[in-house]
Design a protein around this ligand. Sequence first.
Ligand code: SAH
Ligand code: SF4
Ligand code: F3S
Length: 476
Amino acid sequence: MTEISDILAAPPALQPTLDPDHAPAPETPAPRKVFLKTYGCQMNVYDSERMQDALARDGYEPCDSEAEADLVLLNTCHIREKAAEKVYSALGRLRELKKKKAAEGKVMTIGVAGCVAQAEGGEILRRAPSVDLVIGPQTYHRLPEALARVKQGERVLETDYALEDKFEHLPAPKPAATRARGVTAFLTVQEGCDKFCTFCVVPYTRGSEVSRPLSRVVGEAERLAASGVRELTLLGQNVNAWHGVDDAGKELGLGDLLRRLAEIPGIARLRYTTSHPRDMDETLIAAHRDLPALMPYLHLPIQSGSDRILKAMNRRHKAADYVALVQRIRAARPDLALSGDFIVGFPGETEEDFQATLDLVEAVGYAQAFSFKYSTRPGTPGADLADQVDEAVKAARLERLQALLFSQQQDFARGCIGRTIDLLLEKPGRMPGQLIGRSPWLQSVNVDAKGVEIGDIIRVRITGAGPNSLFADVLG
Ligand code: SAH
Ligand code: SF4
Ligand code: F3S
């Protein structure tokens, strides 16, 4: 078993090497091209955008294929074993491409960012000799400098937890770049986690909980709104643990932040993800009651319906606490649609425990949910537990749970037929004249609409439900 302290102990930055794989890069005529591939959660999507902005200032333009790229950057996820494995298979492919390019006299730089970089940085450099750069999520503001070192022929490992805040050192996107990203935007307000659920790598890959200051979040939201963004999704590994202070020194929570953001002209819709049940405070619940801009959709994972398993997972609440909490939030916002995450086959999970999860899902009712087989993660306490569940049992349980969740999702979608809703138009559809928007409950909705544009919010009536999206007619 690898200890987390082993994984996180950052080996000293490797010595400059002069092997042909890493020879100093000749000047490539500007503009250079970067292919950035993002794995994992929305926080990685946001980070990739910010890295893209930093690279743009350095003369890098985004491109759509690895083959045209001077720089390939993988922004990786470590949450489950499969996610981490994807990185090594991608690196195998890239190594071949790099060789091919070298034979043509071209230089391709390969970088690994994100949570695998943070957790296994040293190992990546050992296992994948074609990798030039490994950079962890806390140090993205050092990316240009790290690339300059790579150019000198160095293999760079940048995974120390930086003292300075990366967000304050990463450049803001140009308005045109924001516009190109569309009318909805992610905005990271909180990062890291101190909860230490026993299955989870996040506290190790993202470090301890940090909230971005109110003025910075508001400033960024205003900039996004000024570039045409209409919907903001606030992000954090534990977004509802966000806290700050106002100018008068008063302590604020996420509910207060949402109130402040709802005042920004142009911002019509607000969402946030991912929340922990223990951080759903009264102010936040009241925000669901009081703010029309706060969409009636909440991702609130519980992971398991069994108190015994919840305890072993260190979730620090019981299933009944969660059910009572959901009732309080629904009392504040009756049309709230709920989403969740579930893990099946956590060590020691019996058929009875699993049945408790199915019962909870029946009792709560989800509009949407994500469910996973427990994946043993090196360095987490769960990996040391003796009674690991057989893979075949996990697979069978996952299938049963997903069948139930899928039928609830379909019921929810069918229940929307006939409803009149506001639709934020986000992008063109596949058919001419068709546009795709999002319902308040985050479903994709297809409409045939004339005389409207992306970014408009229109009244529509839902007319049909497919497996992954809804259909609607424009009203008026
Ligand atoms: N902060 C969020 C979850 C972030 S990770 C929360 O507390 O709910 C996203 C989801 O990945 C988790 O909710 C969990 O369902 C899943 N997950 C995390 N670690 C996992 C593991 N070791 N095996 C399987 N699923 C896991
Ligand atoms: Fe992981 Fe738990 Fe933190 Fe969520 S709350 S990020 S599941 S440790
Ligand atoms: Fe994955 Fe890291 Fe997000 S492990 S889920 S990319 S925080």
